[in-house]
Write a protein that binds this ligand. Structure first.
Ligand SMILES: Cc1cc2nc3c(=O)[nH]c(=O)nc-3n(C[C@H](O)[C@H](O)[C@H](O)COP(=O)(O)OP(=O)(O)OC[C@H]3O[C@@H](n4cnc5c(N)ncnc54)[C@H](O)[C@@H]3O)c2cc1C
Length: 401
């Protein structure tokens, strides 16, 4: 796909390329290429985050008044595409694309003044406390409870008990946004849910690691035992959590530009084809063509979602679901093609993480090292952020009627 670019856009593209040439160091690029899990590791990701923050470019989607860039749709596309192509680490979306938009939309002036600059600077690293054992797709069944109590000093606070699961990067985060049950006897169970911002250092919080099939530690179970959360840390009204959660999910699923990064991932996988099998094997050639067409189609959807957000609206649940559904499945197809091209070497297992900080213990070259773990990790893409079945249900309900 080509967008109509003005001279100003082309000059901007040169500016982005200059930044990438000057500031995106080879070790950051290597860390991105060897990354096996959903998000980049916080080490390289935060280094890149701070470089972009210093340039004023860390939150292109935010309104100018909160520290955004005021870029046009085309400029945002250029930026994301160039970063993807150059191999820049991806930034954690949990603050920039989830907590941030929610606080901007529903937060008090005090919450905005406190949290938004800390998200921009990278001083706060967030995790998402939605899912619970037994409450994933059926999120409204969540049971982690926040009781409102009067403390000995006379102040009111919530006391939180329960557990969250599959919490990505909770081991690195100093903040969690969480859905908790504040009302038991509401007519609809959604009405009893509130949205809290929790300091992960608070006594009573325990983070237990879960090792995934790909060998990575990216998810956790988080336990809350009588955890004190100030009333001022609630976003919106008590009982408004479900509305806020849905607003946030639209940003989680949509609003990103994945096409550039998918193309970059595909290009890396193609480096494995040292014997020209993509030309000689019609099956592989077909798989490659399908992926290329799918990326083009996704890009058109992403641009449409961005155009909606550009005029100040949230993406809309069906568009976000469509984008999430497609990029997760395309990502899986790319990793599958990688395994097919890798052949027997796919049996070799890298046991040390992160890969960029360790020599290969499987005797593989850099280009081959992450492939099998990325393939295994990609199984999660059609689960987190709402499974593909749930996305299809949303699309069917809202688009097909
Ligand atoms: C790698 C990873 C990272 C994650 N990170 C986070 C995180 O940071 N924070 C967080 O809160 N959560 C996180 N999650 C949790 C994720 O959001 C849930 O796993 C997801 O919502 C599915 O819930 P579940 O696992 O309970 O599966 P279930 O809801 O039990 O679903 C099981 C199966 O049933 C299907 N199903 C369920 N309901 C329906 C229906 N109504 N119609 C059709 N099919 C249905 C599902 O599609 C799925 O195939 C993460 C998950 C993974 C794998």
């Amino acid at each position: 796909m080509t967008l109509a670019m003005t001279d100003e856009d082309l000059a901007f593209r040169d500016e982005v390329r200059r930044l990438l040439r000057e500031q995106l160091t080879p070790d950051l690029v290597r860390a991105t290429r060897l990354n096996t899990s959903v998000f980049s590791d916080p080490g390289p990701s935060l280094r890149w985050h701070r470089i972009l923050h210093a340039r004023g470019w860390v939150a292109p989607a935010w309104p100018l008044e909160y520290g955004g860039t005021g870029w046009s749709l085309v400029k945002r596309w250029i930026f994301e595409t160039e970063c993807g192509r150059a191999g820049a680490p991806s930034l954690s979306p949990l603050g920039l694309r989830m907590a941030g938009p929610v606080i901007m939309h529903f937060g008090t002036p005090q919450q905005k003044a406190h949290y938004l600059p800390r998200i921009l600077s990278g001083d706060d690293y967030w995790c998402q406390g939605y899912s619970e054992p037994g409450s994933g797709s059926d999120l409204a069944s969540l049971r982690t409870r926040a009781r409102r109590v009067r403390e000995a000093d006379g102040t009111e606070a919530y006391r939180v008990d329960g557990s969250k699961i599959w919490t990505t990067h909770a081991q690195h985060a100093n903040r969690m946004f969480a859905l908790v049950r504040t009302g038991e006897d509401t007519p609809r169970r959604q009405e009893g849910i509130s949205f809290l911002l929790i300091d992960m250092q608070t006594p009573g919080i325990t983070v237990r690691p879960i090792r995934s099939i790909s060998g990575d530690h990216e998810v956790n179970q988080v336990f809350f035992d009588d955890v004190r959360v100030p009333i001022e840390a609630r976003v919106g009204d008590e009982g408004q959590g479900w509305t806020i959660a849905k607003y946030l999910l639209e940003f989680e699923r949509g609003g990103a530009i994945q096409a550039g990064r998918l193309r970059a991932a595909l290009e890396r996988v193609l480096l494995l084809d040292t014997e020209g099998r993509l030309n000689s094997d019609p099956d592989l050639a077909l798989a490659l063509s399908m992926i290329e067409l799918d990326i083009d189609a996704l890009e058109a959807t992403e641009l449409r979602v961005m155009a909606t957000m550009q005029v100040g609206q949230n993406p809309g649940s069906s568009s976000s679901s469509m984008a999430k559904l497609r990029w997760s499945e395309i990502h899986q197809s790319i990793t599958k093609l990688g395994v097919r091209l890798l052949g027997d070497d796919a049996l070799a297992w890298e046991s040390l993480r992160p890969l960029d900080e360790h020599e290969s213990d499987a005797g593989l070259a850099d280009v081959a090292r992450p492939i099998i773990s990325q393939y295994l990790n990609a199984r999660a893409y059609t689960i987190f952020g709402g499974t593909s079945e749930i996305q299809r249900e949303i699309i069917a309900r809202e688009v097909l009627g």
